[in-house]
Design a protein around this ligand. Structure first.
Ligand SMILES: NC(=O)C1=CN([C@@H]2O[C@H](COP(=O)(O)OP(=O)(O)OC[C@H]3O[C@@H](n4cnc5c(N)ncnc54)[C@H](OP(=O)(O)O)[C@@H]3O)[C@@H](O)[C@H]2O)C=CC1
Ligand SMILES: CC(C)CCC[C@@H](C)[C@H]1CC[C@H]2C3=C(CC[C@]12C)[C@@]1(C)CCC(=O)[C@@H](C)[C@@H]1CC3
Length: 334
């Protein structure tokens, strides 16, 4: 039977590499690239068809950072497919990243150096902003838009896979400020929230046949990471990065390697997976890819609270959205 797989943020980086890998795995797959920019989506589709000429590749316009776009895209999905085997929640942003060079050099000579290179803990901040729905952009894109999509498509879903990060950190997240309006670690906060949401979804929905997992792709050179430092700097340090990779398995570096755990999960029986584990894509010094589960620093109670708070926010944004739609209809009639 033809399996249906939807991947958000599929036009570049890890998402696009995953598409390649899945089509190689199963040529009968119906792959749906859910992207905000249709030109980039078309280009990705063309690239996939070059290497897999008979593949079934659909496109879906979806801006996960916009409530209206998520609701319309979900309608479209329901009209097109009557079942979704895998939904990969991969789209993500890290806007205006700032690397604290002082902390970085201090970290280089500390006991935490390996951890720093694996997680960027203590050396990376971001500047977030409000989007047109009045939500924090990173929260809306990395977490809430995906949550809304899941809520809309729930009856069709069976497997969810989140592209989280080892940058997810408990101390960056606050339940009183789940959108991270106050701090400067919105990325870390949103990824920690996705880890908790995945656990909560497993607790609420496993009995109905819906399973959720989270992965970390390691450090991968993509548009997201290229945004952290000026491009000439990356060119300069690239040999050093490949050297570091010999000593640390988290420097996966290529999108293909980064997609390892996403691909691996595609092949697993969901009942065999640990809902409290994050599945890491790792690459050995000799270049061998493998997937390793590591326990997440999350607890069930807090995850359930987050889930309830997201449901409340969902109600609020839906109410606001229908008021706006009604206003638009009235002004169209006038
Ligand atoms: N690279 C790394 O080292 C790591 C990455 N990750 C995570 O991996 C995921 C993929 O990122 P990566 O491949 O690295 O980076 P890319 O920037 O290459 O890919 C991100 C994808 O998300 C899409 N996207 C961003 N915002 C939206 C939106 N509002 N609606 C729909 N699509 C959107 C982008 O589309 P567009 O082209 O239009 O911008 C792009 O296709 C992210 O969730 C990231 O946080 C996690 C850990 C490490
Ligand atoms: C000067 C140098 C030789 C190297 C500079 C390295 C830093 C720019 C990197 C060190 C750790 C990296 C890292 C990420 C970005 C680039 C670094 C800060 C991530 C935050 C990228 C996105 C993620 O989600 C994380 C898993 C990465 C963790 C490590």
């Amino acid at each position: 039977m033809e399996r249906v797989v939807i991947i958000t943020g599929a036009n570049s980086g890890i998402g696009l590499a995953l598409c390649e890998r899945l089509l190689t795995e199963d040529s009968q797959l119906r792959l749906c690239l859910a992207c905000r920019n249709m030109q980039r989506a078309e280009a990705a589709r063309a690239a996939l068809l070059t290497s897999h000429s008979n593949a079934h590749v659909d496109l879906l316009q979806l801006d996960v950072g916009s409530v209206q776009s998520v609701l319309s895209a979900a309608q479209e999905v329901k009209a097109r497919y009557n079942r979704i085997d895998f939904l990969y929640l991969n789209a993500g942003i890290m806007p205006n990243p700032q690397l604290d060079l002082n902390a970085f050099f201090k970290g280089l000579f500390s006991r935490n150096v390996v951890r720093m290179f694996a997680t960027a803990e203590g050396i990376l901040t971001q500047q977030d902003r409000l989007n047109s729905d009045g939500l924090q952009e990173v929260f809306a894109t990395n977490l809430f838009g995906h949550f809304l999509l899941i809520r809309e498509l729930e009856p069709l879903l069976s497997r969810l896979v989140w592209t989280s990060s080892s940058n997810a950190r408990r101390s960056a997240f606050s339940m009183e400020d789940m959108q991270h309006r106050e701090g400067r670690e919105s990325y870390s906060s949103s990824k920690y929230a996705s880890d908790m949401l995945s656990l909560a979804l497993n607790r609420q929905k496993n009995s109905q046949g819906l399973f959720s997992s989270v992965i970390c792709p390691g450090l991968v050179m993509t548009n997201l990471t290229y945004g952290i430092l000026p491009s000439f700097f990356w060119t300069l340090i690239m040999p050093v990065m490949w050297l570091i990779r010999i000593f640390t398995n988290t420097f996966t570096l290529t999108p293909h390697n980064g997609a390892e755990a996403l691909h691996w999960l595609f092949l697993q029986n969901p009942e065999s997976l640990d809902p409290r584990a994050k599945y890491h894509s790792l690459t050995s010094g000799l270049g061998t890819n493998y997937t390793q589960p590591r326990q997440m620093d999350i607890d069930e109670g807090t995850s359930d609270v987050l889930y309830s708070k997201l449901l409340e926010l969902e109600k609020e944004v839906r109410r606001k959205q229908s008021e706006e739609n009604a206003d638009e209809e009235i002004s169209a009639v006038k």
